[in-house]
Design a protein around this ligand. Structure first.
Ligand SMILES: NC(=O)C1=CN([C@@H]2O[C@H](COP(=O)(O)OP(=O)(O)OC[C@H]3O[C@@H](n4cnc5c(N)ncnc54)[C@H](O)[C@@H]3O)[C@@H](O)[C@H]2O)C=CC1
Ligand SMILES: O=C([O-])CC(=O)C(=O)O
Length: 339
């Protein structure tokens, strides 16, 4: 059973929309695994624009990955872009990376749950984790591949087996949930969505996605009915896109944007910037589930401090109570896969 944790809320707001350029950092290599895909391409295109990256390594199993790299390399920003393809080049692509972002794997089709992707994607994440353990064990890793709730435990278990696990460096990327919360709340309240910050905790699937609208900045008021509708819309937003794309995949462009925001936040923290906060799904015992997304203060070594979940409304507490059993199942499934 989840025990209520009450912490001050003032530090909980995650970053809002950001410009992707910032002051320069030397010798920072970022690898995108799954770079030729629907998310990988826009994500890589956005990352190329960051002054915080000196080398952008693009890896995908498909043969045209060097072509994607050639294409992006013509954008007039300083990061050197290199393309890698085929299983034999995975380790070369990762070697020496400070940040690794993983959008590799199958997306959903209408009627599927994220968990239905487990059989296709679990082994991809396992194999990438083994390569990271070998050649980039200190990298900060962002896992986008679904089901995120199980893929992060898979990644951590592989790192643990290799004796390389540092839980402060491995993140399930739930940033799109925050991006959506800002967009939908901003739209509903006539606010600029760039200025709306609503923490989203829990996991990244259906009921495990828990928006903390009571902690939104600026503060917003909804009737009980509106609050329920807004919460459900944020929880089901991925499915909304899957349905609208009618068999052609899931969110790619908004995820490319969200993934870039998360990667840049890691890089800003690596670069010594203070007060960089993002929510992400990480190993912790905040809610008794082993893995749980919360706001995190980021630093040079990944998570500097877990900021916890703050004070929840009764409505949000109920949502957390519903999220916990689903998360426990998802985590156990991921861990079991590696054992
Ligand atoms: N965390 C989140 O919020 C979100 C997660 N996703 C997930 O991201 C993943 C990717 O989605 P899309 O880009 O739309 O799919 P996609 O099919 O367009 O691209 C996936 C890419 O991964 C590559 N790939 C497959 N196996 C690989 C391997 N072993 N190593 C390297 N690359 C490999 C494919 O060749 C392809 O280029 C899916 O699992 C999807 O469910 C999607 C949206 C949001
Ligand atoms: O819904 C999906 O399958 C992709 C995803 O995770 C999202 O858009 O949030």
């Amino acid at each position: 059973m989840f025990s209520r944790i009450v912490r001050p809320t003032s530090t909980l707001a995650c970053q809002g929309a950001r410009n992707f350029s910032s002051s320069k950092q030397n010798n920072t290599k970022v690898t995108v695994v799954g770079a030729a895909g629907g998310i990988g391409q826009p994500l890589s295109m956005l990352l190329k624009q960051s002054d915080l990256i000196t080398e952008l390594s693009l890896y995908d199993i498909v043969k045209h990955t060097p072509g994607v790299a050639a294409d992006i390399s013509h954008m007039n920003f300083p990061a050197k872009v290199k393309g890698f393809t085929g299983a034999e080049q995975l380790r070369d692509s990762l070697k020496g990376s400070q940040v690794v972002i993983i959008p590799a794997g199958l997306p959903r089709k209408p009627g599927m749950s994220r968990d239905d992707l487990f059989s296709a994607n679990a082994s991809i994440v396992r194999d990438v984790a083994a390569a990271v353990a070998d050649v980039a064990p200190k990298a900060l890793v962002g896992i986008i591949t679904n089901p995120v709730n199980s893929c992060v435990p898979i990644f951590c278990e592989v790192m643990k087996k290799a004796g390389k696990l540092d839980p402060n460096r491995i993140f399930g990327v739930s940033t799109l949930d925050l991006v959506r919360a800002s967009a939908f709340i901003g739209e509903a309240k006539g606010l600029n969505p760039k200025d709306v910050n609503c923490p989203v905790i829990g996991g990244h699937s259906g009921v495990s996605i828990v928006p903390l609208i009571s902690q939104c900045k600026p503060a917003v008021q909804f009737s009980k009915d509106e609050l329920t509708k807004m919460t459900v819309r944020i929880q089901d937003a991925g499915t909304e896109v899957v349905k609208a794309k009618a068999g052609a995949g899931s969110a790619t462009l908004s995820m490319g944007f969200a993934g870039a925001r998360f990667a840049i936040s890691l890089l800003r923290a690596l670069n010594g910037e203070s007060n960089v906060i993002e929510c992400a799904y990480v190993l912790n015992d905040v809610a008794g589930t082993k893995y749980f997304a919360t706001p995190l203060l980021l630093g040079k070594n990944g998570i500097e401090k877990n900021l916890g979940i703050g004070k929840l409304s009764d409505f949000e507490q109920e949502l957390v109570n519903k999220a916990i059993p689903e998360l426990k199942d998802n985590v156990a499934k991921g861990e079991q896969f590696v054992k």
